[in-house]
Design a protein around this ligand. Structure first.
Ligand SMILES: Cc1ncc(COP(=O)(O)O)c(C=O)c1O
Length: 405
């Protein structure tokens, strides 16, 4: 989808920030055009993606899971998983982090800051900073510091400083607030490496450009391994970076786009993160988008069992894709995500991230919709955005694994 000169996707996006940040965002936008789109930058970044990250990641046909979900073989014809869990550091986040840290070096920045929820973007940024030689500080809500403890240790091991944020809900939104506050103060020397396709212009545009590699690869691999295009592509949606990375390659084709958000304890429970399904238009972290807010427009706390989806906003391009009807957004509860994690582990031997599990949870309904549309079992491709080692503590507490031996 085209973005306007002012950073709008139809009615969503823009740059609602403190005056002090405007020059830095303009500098970043110019750098995006001068570097990110240049052949020299693309060669350097893609060389690292290949030899350091391990791209292209495989597209794997998950027949056992498909049969478990649809024993009669009526709705799911083929189910293909894009294995972003096999990226170095275990999630798609490294594609974006490496690109942004490379760009920051070109801009002569001396320090990198980032926010993180699940810790995957923090680990990816700490990794990119280690390999490219820049100091790194990561803001993380103190609730997430506890529930994603393995990733805190990984970031520290990689030489990054992790700063626990105690304000608000002590989760991703508050970490992003704190990172923006730091950036306002240190903007000349510091690059803020935003971890999702959210935030003020040009971040949604920059991050989606760095994540489009996912969908571009799926397009080629699907054609080689199955033939033609999938009927639908599916991804979980937090801020929306893995989903937009998957969607971009198919947005101009007759391919259905499905995003799945976190319904937490249920979209009517008041404890969820289903911004697109149950939110309203508002401004959060510098962009006009769909948010969770009360009648006075105050942002309310989100809830999800998965730290990476526990965010009361979403990238503006998704708000626009929903408004135009081009993409369909569904949601899955904590319980459904936990059950999916176990199902995928048992049927395919894949320990998936709790974020990703939300996308798996809606596969039966998505397959049904596509079957009804095409009159035959659907061919679907799902972005397996990350691996679940980081979630073992939650799985232990919620499902009891690892206790009775
Ligand atoms: C494995 C994984 N998938 C998905 C997400 C959600 O982020 P996004 O919507 O930007 O892809 C996260 C965020 O931390 C994550 O770690």
């Amino acid at each position: 989808m085209a973005v306007s000169a002012l950073g709008y996707y139809d009615d969503f996006g823009g740059r609602f920030v403190a005056e002090t940040l405007v020059p830095a965002l303009e500098e970043l936008e110019n750098a995006y055009r001068e570097h990110v789109l240049s052949a020299a930058f693309q060669n350097e970044w893609r060389d690292m993606l290949r030899h350091y990250v391990g791209r292209p990641t495989p597209l794997y046909r998950a027949d056992r899971l498909a049969r478990l979900l649809d024993p009669a073989q009526k709705t799911i014809g083929e189910l293909w998983l894009k294995r972003e869990d096999l990226c170095h550091t275990g999630a798609h986040k490294i594609n974006n982090a490496l690109g942004q840290v490379l760009l920051a070096k070109k801009l002569g920045k001396k320090r990198i800051i980032a926010e993180t929820g699940a810790g995957q973007h923090g680990v990816a940024t700490a990794t990119a900073c280690a390999v490219l030689g820049l100091p790194c500080e990561v803001f993380m809500g103190s609730v997430d510091v506890l529930r994603q403890a393995p990733n805190v240790a990984r970031m520290q091991m990689l030489g990054a400083k992790v700063i626990a944020v105690e304000s608000g809900s002590k989760t991703l939104k508050d970490a992003m607030n704190e990172a923006l506050r730091d950036w306002v103060t240190n903007v000349r020397t510091t690059h803020y490496c935003v971890g999702s396709a959210a935030g003020p212009h040009p971040y949604p545009m920059l991050v989606s450009e760095l994540q489009r590699v996912i969908g571009d690869e799926v397009r080629v691999q699907f054609n080689q391994q199955s033939g033609g295009l999938p009927d639908g592509v599916v991804a979980c949606v937090g801020g929306g970076s893995n989903a937009i990375g998957m969607f971009r390659a198919f947005v101009a084709d007759p391919v259905a786009l499905y995003g799945v958000e976190a319904a937490g304890e249920g979209v009517h429970s008041g404890k969820h993160a289903a911004t697109l399904t149950a939110g309203r238009v508002g401004v959060l972290h510098g962009a006009r988008t769909m948010v969770l807010a009360d009648d006075d427009g105050q942002i309310v706390e989100a809830h999800s069992v998965s730290a990476g989806l526990d965010y009361p906003g979403v990238g503006p391009e998704h708000a626009s894709l929903m408004a135009s009807g081009r993409a369909t957004y569904l949601s899955a509860t904590d319980e459904e995500a936990l059950a999916s994690t176990e199902r995928v582990a048992r049927s395919e031997g894949l320990l998936i991230a709790l974020e990703t599990a939300h996308a798996f949870a809606r596969l039966p309904e998505i397959a049904e919709l596509e079957r009804n549309k095409h009159g035959r079992p659907a061919r679907l491709a799902l972005c397996l955005s990350g691996r679940g080692d980081k979630d073992l503590g939650t799985l232990r507490d919620r499902l009891g694994f690892g206790k009775d031996v």
